[in-house]
Write a protein that binds this ligand. Sequence first.
Ligand SMILES: [Zn+2]
Length: 308
Amino acid sequence: MRIEILGSAAGGGFPQWNCNCRNCQAVRTGAFQGKPRTQTQVAVSNDQLSWFLLNASPDLRTQIEDSSFLHPRKGQRDSPINGVLLTSGDIDQIAGLLSLRELQPFRIYCTPSIRRILQEDNSVFAMLNRAPRPVSWTEIQASESFPLLSPAADDSGICGSVFSLGSRYPAYVSPQRTGGLRSEEALLGVVIEASGRRLTYLPAVPVIDNALLERLESADLLLFDGTFWSDDELIQVQGSGATAREMGHVPVSGADGSLRKLAELRHPRKMFVHINNTNPMLDESGPEYREVRNAGWEIAEDGYRIEL
Ligand SMILES: [Zn+2]
């Protein structure tokens, strides 16, 4: 299985258009020891011919253009992108669907609740279904595995399964709508398997419990929420706002942070993704970067390619 990291930053990207934090400022002046990043986007393939996207980032159009394996191959209209699997309804995970609206057939895998939010409440997504060969929506359920199929129903050799990670819907979903949705369908963790190898993809993790730890040990590659270094990171930068945990992200550092909580995992290769521009571990000259690398973790960069 081939895994391509097309983008590795959290929402806003790095640098973020309106951010003047130490990191963003240093990137703009060329003084930063580290890489700028687009918003998190992962693509997977078992044959390197048909590709599936894990979520659809707001930067998807340029990420596709920067990745020759995702370019059209033959005919006037074509794409190797066969489908998109959505882990939540967050804008950072769905906005890229609007860039895929050019009458190209592909599949969208999501929970029934996310499908209702997108199809019934947000009419702009109807543009995906205006053609005679429409985008086909496949509803997925936690604890069921499902094959990833081409629009013509050819089996890609990749199997997906999902589990619930959180119950909070995005802020743009009205309280009335949320009341009618199943809470366990709000935020998913994803397991992607092909040829006996397993990727576990968790770009947003609100809490780490024992059940989650048990799941993670069987992963060959773990792509894990690296949004914030500390719980009060945004408050330190902005002077006010929400904590990392309030925003649904376990911080990397601290007694209950992911670095310490996942230290016991022995089997998976561990890599942080979805890294916010304020996170000090982006600075490769800093102590936070060294701490993460010394703990055996990698920090994903745009353009990373992993063969599992
Ligand atoms: Zn910033």
